[in-house]
Design a protein around this ligand. Structure first.
Ligand SMILES: Nc1ncnc2c1ncn2[C@@H]1O[C@H](COP(=O)(O)OP(=O)(O)OP(=O)(O)O)[C@@H](O)[C@H]1O
Ligand SMILES: [Mg+2]
Length: 270
């Protein structure tokens, strides 16, 4: 796949397809922690994320698959074997078209556009130092007999849905600090925030953040993370959890700082 982490599309033993990020990706080993922890927390907030898994890639598969390598400026390094991060492909990659971007007009018609508000709450909370990334796809039509029917149902355009991907730069990638800044975590197009009329628009998400992102919820997820991903430094993981708990109440001020920035991401804030 394209992108800085040089992930690979792989079919796993459950028969499903996943985009896999390896421990020795060029970004940082901790990216895998950020993806697993970040995506599971976002899902817990009720945001649309792909199913995420820890998958094992064998030494043999890597040895027999020359493509399973990281392209570095001067060399190719084979992917590392062992436990890796996998993000579920939302359908059959041979049939489903995924879009990294949509033109503004189609963007406005995305069925779950309001989820970008929740995602901004999440990205401010976790200090995602990358812009927000999403994938867009159309739900497949109910299966139909190929010879019949196909023309009859074609007219109605199916709306797009957004899926929130790439939590790799939450907690500032490999640095695991929280350098907040007004524009961080925003989606590239302001159109997704047209529904924002004030802090109230974020209230349902802020409420969930306070109620559901408890110490227990964080513990439950962090203990699932393979220790190799954080190089056995569990204390560092615990420090992120503590910071996250403390930061929940700071999200409204972080949103206000975005609102007051020159970019004016919320055109309808009154
Ligand atoms: N769950 C998924 N299903 C389908 N495609 C995906 C999924 N996750 C990622 N992709 C695709 O793989 C590409 C790389 O993924 P991602 O953005 O997470 O990796 P990255 O290497 O961190 O990229 P970046 O350069 O943005 O940091 C995405 O642009 C997207 O097209
Ligand atoms: Mg990305």
């Amino acid at each position: 796949m394209r992108g800085g982490a040089q992930s690979h599309l792989m079919r796993c033993s459950d028969g499903n397809d996943y985009v896999v990020k390896f421990q020795n990706n060029p970004q940082h080993r901790r990216i895998l922690v950020n993806e697993l922890l970040g995506t599971k927390l976002a899902a817990r907030l009720g945001l649309p994320t792909p199913p995420v898994m820890i998958v094992e890639v064998s030494e043999e598969l890597i040895r027999l698959t020359p493509d399973l390598a990281m392209e570095m400026p001067r060399e190719r390094i084979p992917c590392q074997c062992g436990l890796q991060f996998a993000s579920g492909y939302p359908g059959d990659p041979r049939r489903m078209t995924l879009h990294d971007f949509l033109p503004d007009e189609q963007l406005r018609q995305v069925a779950n556009l309001g989820d970008f508000l929740g995602m901004l709450v999440f990205d401010k909370w976790t200090c995602n130092t990358n812009g927000r990334q999403a994938l867009f796809f159309q739900e497949p039509r109910p299966s139909q007999h190929p010879a019949r029917d196909s023309s009859a149902r074609e007219e109605a355009p199916r709306p797009y849905s957004a899926l929130m991907i790439d939590q790799g730069f939450c907690f500032n990638a490999g640095d695991w600090n929280f350098p907040d800044a007004p524009l961080r975590g925003l989606y590239a197009r302001n159109g997704v925030y047209e529904g924002v009329t004030g802090m109230n628009s974020f209230a349902p998400w802020l409420e969930r953040l306070e109620k559901q992102m408890t110490e227990r919820a964080l513990d439950e997820i962090t203990k699932q993370i393979p220790p190799a991903w954080y190089e056995d430094d569990f204390d560092a993981v615990l420090r992120i959890s503590e910071q996250l708990l403390g930061r929940r109440s700071q999200v409204p001020e972080l949103l206000l700082a975005a609102k007051q920035s020159d970019r004016q991401p919320f055109p309808n804030w009154i």
